[in-house]
Design a protein around this ligand. Structure first.
Ligand code: NAD
Length: 340
């Protein structure tokens, strides 16, 4: 069984990907420093997949530590690199914290496995497009000047990976540009675990619905969109997790060489107000929300052209917005009754 190193594998997207790797017959090896995750997710994963996956608690910025990891785990066929800090707003205030963590962790991992053929999947983001000139945005759209240090780490990391492959590396690399991952596993045993006030819409919705927050503010209803609120391409985290399996499978074929990049979304945009209504309709829970002023740094609208993913990655989403809302709600209920 091919062993796949999953950095940041106890986080939101990483934990769901561990499950899909096992479903697809891979053997995940998780590395996480628990800076934004909980060790009990390992037990939750065991309840879903039937055994406790191999786990190393390690800060990937620790170069000697990463060397030791590679000595203990020499037979790695693939790496899925999730480990990074991801709070856009925080990155504006603490840029060095973001550049340090997101680059050192990437470079250390790349350095220790570069002498063997490894298929590498990188967690990139649709933030690289900024506000695109054309929608849906394709992978050929220009990368815009990053709006935050966090966004910049994704752009520069893509450049690093491209340069490394162009120089004749043993790595094959796929960067997946995620749109907006939401929802949770159908077991409700894993999901998004925001520390402090959620930065994203859906955990804010579920926390408000359950009474942890008083109300939701919709940031602006005067955008140039049908209902005036911002539009995003929300994708179910389980569909997103499966895209990583598809990326590994593609790199295992002889005709894939080098580096490529794929949009990972549904190809459909939903407004903030549509998401709120979808939540209310699927769960039957009324939300307390109000319209507030626009929030600095928000782009107006984005959704992805996903034809390249469909045609080349042979992957597409299966789960709709209602399923995203219902699964996020079930997870919120679970975690409120069974705090980790
Ligand atoms: N969630 C999103 O909306 C989104 C969108 C686009 C891209 N991404 C990217 O996807 C990846 C995963 O995101 P997520 O939402 O699952 O985030 P997350 O914070 O839930 O998961 C990241 C995991 O990495 C770990 N980690 C961070 N720095 C580490 C280090 N130096 N060493 C070891 N472990 C470390 C954290 O403890 C956490 O478990 C990130 O790279 C993120 O930038 C996320």
């Amino acid at each position: 069984m091919a062993r796949i190193l999953v950095t940041g594998g106890l986080g939101f997207i990483g934990s769901h990907t561990v499950v899909e790797l096992v479903n697809a017959g891979y053997e995940p090896v998780i590395v996480d420093d628990l800076s934004n995750s909980n060790i009990k997710i390992l037990d939750q994963l065991a309840r879903i997949i039937g055994y406790k996956p191999d786990f190393y608690q390690l800060d990937l910025c620790d170069e000697p530590g990463v060397k030791k990891l590679a000595e203990s785990e020499p037979d790695i066929a693939g790496i899925i690199h999730f480990a990074a800090f991801k709070a856009v707003g925080e990155s504006v205030h603490f840029p060095l914290k973001y550049y340090r963590n997101n680059f050192y962790s990437l470079l250390n991992v790349l350095n220790v496995y570069h002498e063997q053929p490894v298929n590498f999947v990188f967690s990139s983001s649709c933030t690289v497009y900024g506000q695109p000139d054309h929608l849906p945005v394709t992978e050929e759209a220009p990368v815009k000047t990053a709006e935050s240090p966090y966004g910049n780490t994704k752009q520069v990391a893509e450049e690093i990976l491209k340069d490394m492959v162009a120089a004749g590396s043993n790595y094959k690399v796929i960067s997946l540009r995620y749109f907006n991952p939401v929802g949770a596993h159908s077991s409700a045993l894993i999901g998004e675990l925001p520390i402090g006030v959620p930065q994203n819409l859906v955990p804010f919705i579920t926390q408000t619905a359950i009474g942890k927050r008083e109300k939701i503010t919709v940031f602006g209803n005067d955008y140039n969109t049908p209902d005036g609120s911002c539009i995003r391409d929300y994708i179910h985290v389980v569909d997103l997790a499966k895209a990583h399996v598809a990326a590994l499978k593609l790199m295992e074929t002889a005709n894939f060489t080098g580096y490529d990049v794929f949009n990972i979304g549904t190809g459909k945009g939903s407004s903030v107000l549509e998401v709120i209504y979808a939540f209310e309709q699927t769960t039957g829970v009324k939300l307390n929300y109000k319209i507030g002023p626009r929030r600095g740094g928000d782009i107006e609208q984005i959704w992805g052209d996903v034809n390249k993913s469909k045609n080349i990655l042979k992957w597409q989403t299966e789960l709709d917005l209602d399923t995203m809302m219902l699964s996020a709600w079930e997870w919120e209920n679970y975690i409120s009754q069974n705090p980790l």
